[in-house]
Design a protein around this ligand. Structure first.
Ligand code: RFL
Ligand code: PHB
Length: 391
């Protein structure tokens, strides 16, 4: 008899949400996380939840604080040198998104898990997966020099892009698809009111800029920067000056400046690994795929993967039906590729690409002008941004 049903590798949003969907269904699990709880909860990343993700957090019973403190948004703005266009998601799709930080989602999930008696092994070193293509897989790890072993029925690889799960699938089984972008995002958090009540995505000659937020008093801003830039080259003053230029004359007067308390540069990448299942190992979230953050899809894809995985495991344990398990990879990838396409397209539309030159820039300008005039184009953006259906 195995020690637990599901060993979950990684306590990020994918692993933690899966654990709570399994908990609600009465399926036991153990989570192994390489970092400390403080580290996991402190990682500043995503800010936008699709309504599908909101519903999953409700299903997992961890949505109360999100509904109290999160900010529902029915639209966002596309800015360029030709003006500002609002994409009215609520009118175009009848749906909206929730602005609520990944740090808060992760904290709510970890709090709920521990309060419900869930087992999370933080600071688990040298996690290794064994016999994943047998019916008796297991996981080993070390803490304080002592080796631990856990046998399980299934392993959920929710350990992000740099984890051990994906490399546990043999090279001749796994196919990967990748595009690396020639720039990164410099992100800043500041305790100042946002410059607009909704998000603003801006295409500017100097490069992309994004105005986002975490609360009515906390702003999150991003600038496209060369990958060779160092954070130390970006003083707060330089950042605010450049942000004002890129957000343009309509938005810039509303920027409230203040000291930043988080500043970092993240590279942009599109990546997919296929298949997302090998034997009794399932990949979910960033372990299987990465999107550039422009479409706000990364955390949301992690959530839809684990929803599909939870359904597959619930069917297996409920009635012995293995069709969900067998179909997991194909079902998840169908949604992943559509989100990859949207994220790649939106990134391509909004950023300055050194290699595409003046013609590429004209194409962007023409496409933004088309979007401004076309209800159909706006509807397409809106339905992708609020999130495609799970099937
Ligand atoms: P995570 O969050 O990387 O969590 C993986 C966890 O696994 C642990 N781990 C291991 N544990 C044990 N053994 C090992 N060997 C391990 N190796 C790793 C790690 O410590 C970690 O705790 O993956 P997960 O759960 O799949 O979640 C994915 C999301 O974090 C990610 O897709 C989003 O943050 C992407 N993203 C956004 N997504 C959105 O949906 N909306 C957004 O608005 C959004 N904005 C963003 C973003 C990502 C960004 N960066 C920094 C890449 C904005 C930015 C700037
Ligand atoms: C964020 O608030 O961190 C954020 C919002 C929208 C994106 C990416 C990041 O597309």
């Amino acid at each position: 008899m195995a020690n637990t049903k599901v060993a979950i590798i990684g306590a990020g949003p994918a692993g933690m949400l899966l654990s709570q969907l399994l908990h609600v269904a009465g399926i036991d699990f153990v989570i192994l996380e390489r970092k400390s709880r403080d580290y996991v909860e402190g990682r500043v990343r995503a800010g936008v939840l699709e309504d599908t993700t909101v519903k999953l957090l409700e299903r997992a019973g961890v949505a109360d604080r999100m509904h109290r403190e999160g900010l529902p948004h029915g639209g966002f703005a596309l800015a360029s040198e030709d003006g500002v266009t609002r994409i009215d998601m609520a009118a175009l799709t009848g749906r909206s998104v929730m602005v609520y930080g990944q740090t808060e989602v992760t904290r709510d999930l970890i709090d709920a898990c521990l309060a419900r008696g869930g087992r999370v092994e933080f600071e688990a070193e040298d996690v290794a997966l064994h016999d994943v293509d047998s019916e008796t897989p297991s996981v080993t790890w070390r803490r304080d020099g002592v080796e631990h072993r856990l046998s399980c029925d299934f392993i959920a690889g929710c350990d992000g892009y740099h984890g051990v799960s994906r490399p546990s699938i043999p090279d001749d089984v796994l196919r990967t698809f990748e595009r690396v972008y020639p720039f990164g995002w410099l992100g800043v958090l500041a305790e100042v009111p946002p410059c607009d009540h909704e998000l603003v995505y801006s295409n500017h000659e100097n490069g992309f800029a994004l105005a986002s937020m975490r609360s009515p008093t906390r702003s999150r801003y991003y600038l496209q920067v060369p990958l060779t830039d160092q954070v130390s080259e970006w003083s707060d003053e330089r950042f605010w000056d450049e942000l004002a230029v890129r957000l343009g004359p309509t938005i810039a007067p509303h920027i409230v400046r203040g000291p930043s308390f988080e500043k970092s540069i993240a590279p942009l990448r599109s990546f997919v690994a296929e298949p997302m299942r090998h034997g009794r190992l399932f990949l979910a979230g960033d372990a299987a795929h990465i999107v550039p953050p422009t479409g706000a899809k990364g955390l949301n894809l992690a959530a839809s993967d684990v929803a599909m995985l939870a359904d597959a495991l619930i069917a297996f344990y409920g009635s012995g039906d293995a069709s969900g398990i067998d179909g997991y990879s194909a079902r998840a990838l169908a949604r992943v590729w559509k989100a990859e396409r949207f994220s790649w397209w939106f990134t391509s539309l909004m950023h300055r690409f050194p290699e595409t030159g003046a013609f590429g820039r004209k194409m962007q300008t023409a496409e933004i002008a088309y979007i401004r005039q076309s209800h159909a184009a706006q509807q397409s953006i809106a339905e992708n941004y609020v999130g495609l259906p799970l099937d």
